[in-house]
Design a protein. Structure first.
Length: 82
């Protein structure tokens, strides 16, 4: 799934966010704690809670419909999201 400036890809063992072709976040499945909707006005999207110290603890992938994206992630079987 893509947003205006970024793309998220879900694989069997990892989640990759490409941002403007210059910046890439790679989170292994074992490092992801949860994926929850973020409905704040300036941060609407999904919030990825993780334990990888390489990245900021607050990762938000902005999309207009966070619930739909979470449902799509659930369908892949990547993880059980709340």
């Amino acid at each position: 799934m893509s947003s205006l400036l970024a793309q998220i890809n879900i694989y069997e063992d990892k989640l990759i966010i490409n941002y403007l072709f210059f910046f890439k976040i790679i989170l292994l499945k074992k490092d992801i704690i949860d994926i929850i909707p973020s409905n704040d006005f300036f941060e609407k999207g999904i919030k990825i809670l993780h334990k990888n110290p390489k990245y900021d603890s607050k990762i938000i992938f902005r999309v207009s419909n966070p619930d739909k994206l979470i449902e799509e992630i659930k369908k892949t079987g990547f993880m059980n999201c709340n």
